[in-house]
Ligand binder design. Sequence first.
Ligand SMILES: [Zn+2]
Length: 310
Amino acid sequence: MRRQLLLLLVTGFFLSCSTESNAAPNSSQPTDGWKELSPAQANVIEACGTERPFSGKYLKHKEKGTYTCARCGNPLFESKTKFESGSGWPSFDDAIGGALKEVLDKDGRRKEIRCARCDGHLGHVFRGEHRTPKNTRHCVNSLALDFASRPMAEAYFAGGCFWGVEHLLENQPGVIRVESGYMGGKAENPQYKQVVTGRTGHAETVRVVFDPTQTDYQILAKHFFEIHDPSQVNRQGPDVGTQYRSAVFVADPTQEGIIHDLIKQLRKKGFTVNTVVDQAGVFWPAEKYHQNYYKKSGKAPYCHAHTPRF
Ligand SMILES: [Zn+2]
């Protein structure tokens, strides 16, 4: 028994995420909509700490659903990709497209994984261990995770003022929630008053979280092309500036393929499409007063309406 325990500990040591890691980035200031972290969670997510092996609440968790970032709610891993690695930390052999970013650890050897949305530390990724057909182990701290018992996927659309885009997407079947925010620029923690100058490179963007068993990316993307005017360049109706450009930020090659195909279909039908297709980066949620603007104000969108185009 003692020998088994020793073997387990030794194995755990070699498979482990590490207690040492890169320093926490300064970019992760609390943002509207992010959850308040416990000291133990902050030690992992902000200070790149590691929870004790075999101590996390999601290690043996087997429910069907989606693991999300404990800080910002970004869907990270589907339960079907979870496997028992014996390492002492929850392990996943795949991540949701665009959910993670990988950075070289300070040790120059391992790849650290961070939430692509809030830059929070999650753990490390190891490849080439031949543990699953995907040959990949995302080794994640339970403290960096939350769980939702339904499948989730994401889409990012920019089509002028985010109030209207959010409003016209949030009642679509299968949509779980829509948030207004900023993407596509370099400024970290952008504020509305900076974005509105047009100098941050960010576009007013909505993040659509949806249940892929109830709808799909193509249905939502088609709707997006019908609720704004994709022919306009760096403007949408009365709103002028690069922050109002028509853009889709794609999280993976499948989304990219769908968008290019839809653009091709529209052009074949004679529509002009000036929508920019870019890779999804960090999504910065906008200030609270921008969220659900039309629902809260009781007003109607001033420059977005549904126009059938497909
Ligand atoms: Zn996050």
